[in-house]
Design a protein around this ligand. Sequence first.
Ligand SMILES: C[S@@+](CC[C@H](N)C(=O)[O-])C[C@H]1O[C@@H](n2cnc3c(N)ncnc32)[C@H](O)[C@@H]1O
Length: 253
Amino acid sequence: MNDNITQEIYDKNAASWERREPNSLSDFTGRPPVFDLCGDVQGIDILDIGCGEGYCARILKDMGASQIDGLDISEEMIELAKRQDQQAGHGSRFRVGNVEELPFDDDSFDMVLGMFVYNYLHVDEMERSFSEVKRVLRPGGRFIFAVPHPAFPQIKRSLNPPFYFDFNGKGYFSSRDIRHHGEISCRDGKRLPVQMVHKLWQDYFERLGAAGFTNMPTIRELGVLPTHLELDPDFFNPVNDIPLHMAVLIDHS
Ligand SMILES: C[S@@+](CC[C@H](N)C(=O)[O-])C[C@H]1O[C@@H](n2cnc3c(N)ncnc32)[C@H](O)[C@@H]1O
């Protein structure tokens, strides 16, 4: 279990994650396409797992979601989420917890979002969480998550900003289920410590199946777009044309 390492990292760096506007690389390349994938959220109940300081919860609320519950293993991140939610007057609920054991009743949510949380879990932990997500989702609900792209250890090997993980020379198969340290940069110059427990493509799909999801998932492979290069070529160019993130949407029938 790596809960303590993750908790320590996020407790220590919570203030650097706080933001009201897009700032980190993935706020541009990762999160907006995932919000598109969420589709119409008007009037629905959403659980945001690994919610951090509540950035996604605030956006989903602005998109029209009815009620948002956020859960994160870091007490500091949850404190920040609560404080910012109060300022925004959104009335979302945030609590400390582990995505492997969701403290919610069966059939509680129309959508569960896991934005860059499964890269902190080992394969078996991820499967436990997938089963929990299925349990708390209402029939017909949607499960959406985003992770660093599974091809990352093969394609992005240099330890340079704005986004890298140190695979210690290991490759696609040999780096599987091992925790790798990395950094993601922000446009304001900050560099945030991040981690990736690398998983194979097959791990995601086999474990979704093992958790009882039976529908065909929708996959989006995400990276730098021409609009990013126009906005800030120096920042985005070093990772242009590289698969950075993978987003998955799967319906619970
Ligand atoms: C990269 S941050 C993303 C935060 C937020 N989803 C966002 O998009 O801004 C990853 C978050 O996952 C949380 N996390 C990692 N492992 C977790 C676990 N097992 N249970 C709950 N939260 C976890 C961390 O504390 C951290 O806040």
